[in-house]
Design a protein around this ligand. Structure first.
Ligand code: FPP
Length: 248
């Protein structure tokens, strides 16, 4: 990715947290008569590029859906390939991220991953924990309902009989991040697919037909421009907003 759109973006408001469903890898490969997994391979490169770009323009958190709870149902060969790619990302990419002052986090249920992957996650998180730049959160074996339930179960274990939003929020997987400002889904589908159900309550949604392996700086710039044109009122009226946040 180059940074040709950077000049357009840097004067306006950059979202602090962007959440992405990286969809369309299989179709991208199929169109090229390649095995589906080649789409995932290319998808990892696109993710790497997006991290660099987000870091350059000042996005602080990038959360991506890499593997849903439901993705275990895919053909064994594809699941194995994705696990291999994940392991590779945890090793090679994490070192590169560390050199670039980025933090890596994995959110989801780790119990079904292999011992190697669990060790890889712990190592990558520990290596990058002290970094202060972009935080990349990879959602793996993640589901939004699972996240809410695991938080509620922790509260039950604490002995709570009545809970507040703040109680629940502090036990969610992304407790240390602001809620996403912008949600992007590539690949033409217009669903949340059990991604960050709690955290997307006030997020701006952006859907594009572009398949994830074709997503680039220009496409990301268009999503940001669309976001910047929106008026985020959080329940208030337009007139109650400071003038710089009113959109016409
Ligand atoms: C959805 O496309 C994509 C996935 C289920 C996997 C996403 C994984 C990557 C982008 C690889 C890199 C990430 C890591 C951290 C290993 P799809 O296969 O459902 O596409 P389709 O809808 O065209 O079939």
């Amino acid at each position: 990715m180059n940074s040709s759109t950077q000049t357009i973006l840097e004067h306006s408001q950059i979202p602090r947290h962007v959440a992405v469903i990286m969809d369309g890898n299989g179709r991208w490969a199929k169109k090229r008569l390649m095995p589906r997994v080649m789409g995932h391979k290319r998808g990892l490169t696109v993710l790497e590029n997006l991290c660099e770009h987000c870091s350059a323009i000042g996005v602080q958190y990038l959360t991506v859906f890499a593997f849903s709870t439901e993705n275990w149902r895919r053909p064994q060969e594809e699941v194995s390939f994705l696990m291999g790619l994940f392991l590779q990302a945890l090793d090679k990419q994490a070192q590169k991220m560390h050199r670039n002052n980025m933090r890596l986090k994995v959110i989801g249920d780790r119990s079904r991953f292999s011992v190697e992957i669990r060790a890889g996650i712990e190592k990558a998180e520990a290596l990058t924990a002290g970094n202060t730049g972009l935080t990349l959160a990879i959602a793996a074996d993640y589901g939004g309902r699972w996240d809410i339930l695991q938080a509620a179960n922790k509260l039950l274990k604490e002995g709570k009989t009545e809970i507040t939003e703040a109680d629940l929020s502090r036990h969610l997987m992304l407790a240390d991040a602001p809620e996403p400002d912008l949600f992007i889904r590539t690949g033409g589908e217009t669903r949340i697919s059990n991604f960050l159900l709690w955290q997307l309550a006030y997020t701006e949604f952006y859907f594009t037909d572009i398949l994830w392996p074709d997503f680039n700086v220009r496409a990301f710039g268009e999503a940001i421009e669309s976001y910047q044109k929106r008026e985020r009122r959080f329940g208030r009226t337009s007139e109650q907003l400071p003038p710089e946040q009113q959109r016409g």
